[in-house]
Design a protein around this ligand. Structure first.
Ligand SMILES: [Zn+2]
Length: 401
């Protein structure tokens, strides 16, 4: 089979020979977003929107035995055939191409059921097969479900780049009962990823040359979503964590799942990202961080660094307090990093300088500023942890996911 050509959104929305095009405002979104307790059982019915007959179901072997029967039952009730394929854990080109080959010419839709890497792999496979993708996240640990892009990794887990797609997911179906049954640390990591949304969108908006994921200016809608996302986290984050500890779905959990998935997902893709994600990406180059921490936990530290670099020290305090309250890392030590380790600090600084979205910051950033921000945020974060304690962080990190 022939591969679709790689898709570069800039060639459509912001080509180099048409500088005016990048001044346009572009908003990117999935066709439908459904969230609620038990909606997994309705997946087959929602597929009526797509008129498909034979779908691939990408999920981990564990997922195939836990949620798999419900998905297959739901498809069967609509006379849709399902073909299972086991996701082996890494969103790498090796894994993506193996599934593409296995499913080629057999399915007219792909459902990806799982965490961030599984849903990102699903988008990539569906793009290669030229079919719509349906995303069923089982965690609210990241903002991958709604976006038209995948973060790719080497088979070893090192960040390898981003792939963009001309289509957003056709459907995103979030069953909050699945989220409530997952470990608390996943929901909390999702809050770390989500908290960056507003601060990165604000940087992008403030910089007259700041651009979003497709190379154009953000809309009011996207930054309003980022702002609503941050407010929701501050107001409901602690209560939603308690709901997950009790494995129950309540209004707080519904709000936080929407913040982590919809508001953050649409907010980051259409509103733009900035330095916070550059720090997070650079963390994946350090094996002792990559192997023990989740994306959202690295983004949490990135957000504090970005705010310190913007000299928004009151916000560093406020956000660090929130992180401590839900158990996200609030200083370098809580991410197994040390400001005195010159080699690790240089990895973070150089990686962030190379990160293209660092250019979305509203002023020119240099290595010295990132170094100062690392020192500054670490001091504030450490004092906040000293004041409010690290009980929640310790509890979440006792048994790592
Ligand atoms: Zn992220």
């Amino acid at each position: 089979m022939t591969l679709p050509p790689p898709y570069d959104p800039a060639t459509v929305f912001a080509p180099e020979d048409d500088p005016a095009a990048a001044r346009a405002r572009v908003f990117i979104a999935p066709q439908r977003y459904v969230q609620g307790e038990g909606v997994l059982d309705n997946v087959g019915r929602y597929l009526r929107l797509l008129n498909v007959r034979h779908v691939g179901i990408l999920m981990s072997a564990r997922g195939q035995s836990s949620e798999g029967p419900r998905v297959r039952q739901s498809l069967a009730s609509e006379n849709i055939e399902g073909t299972c394929c086991d996701f082996n854990g890494e969103c790498s080109l090796d894994e993506i191409e193996a599934h593409r080959d296995a499913l080629a010419d057999r399915v007219d839709c792909l459902i990806a059921v799982g965490g961030g890497k599984c849903v990102d792999a699903g988008k990539s496979i569906a793009f290669r097969l030229g079919i719509p993708v349906v995303i069923v996240p089982t965690l609210a640990s990241n903002d991958a479900p709604c976006s038209a892009l995948s973060v790719l990794y080497e088979p070893s887990g090192i960040y390898a780049g981003v792939e963009f797609y001309p289509q957003s997911p056709a459907l995103v179906v979030v069953d909050t009962a699945l989220v409530a049954a997952a470990p608390e640390r996943f929901l909390v990591a999702g809050m770390g990823d989500a908290m960056a949304t507003w601060y990165e969108a604000r940087a992008c908006l403030t910089n007259p040359n700041g651009v979003n994921g497709v190379g154009t200016r953000p809309t009011i809608a996207s930054y309003a979503m980022g702002e609503a996302c941050a407010h929701t986290l501050f107001e409901e984050g602690v209560r939603a964590s308690a709901a997950v500890r009790g494995q129950m779905v309540d209004e707080s959990l519904e709000k936080i799942v929407e913040a982590n998935t919809l508001l953050s997902g649409l907010g980051f893709e259409s509103g733009g990202i900035a330095l916070a994600h550059g720090i997070a990406k650079s963390c994946t180059a350090l094996s002792h961080v990559r192997e023990h921490y989740l994306h959202g936990e690295m983004v949490a530290i990135g957000t504090l660094v970005q705010l310190a670099l913007e000299s928004r020290l009151e916000e560093v305090q406020k956000v660090a307090r929130f992180f401590v309250s839900v158990g996200l890392p609030a200083n370098l030590a809580q991410l197994s990093l040390d400001v005195a380790d010159a080699s690790d600090m240089n990895t973070l600084i150089e990686g962030t300088m190379d990160w293209p979205h660092t250019l979305n910051m509203p002023f020119v950033v240099d290595a010295g500023m990132i170094r100062d921000a690392l020192v500054e945020f670490d001091k504030i974060g450490t004092s906040v942890i000293g004041e409010f304690g690290d009980d929640t962080y310790r509890r979440l990190h006792l048994d790592s996911p």
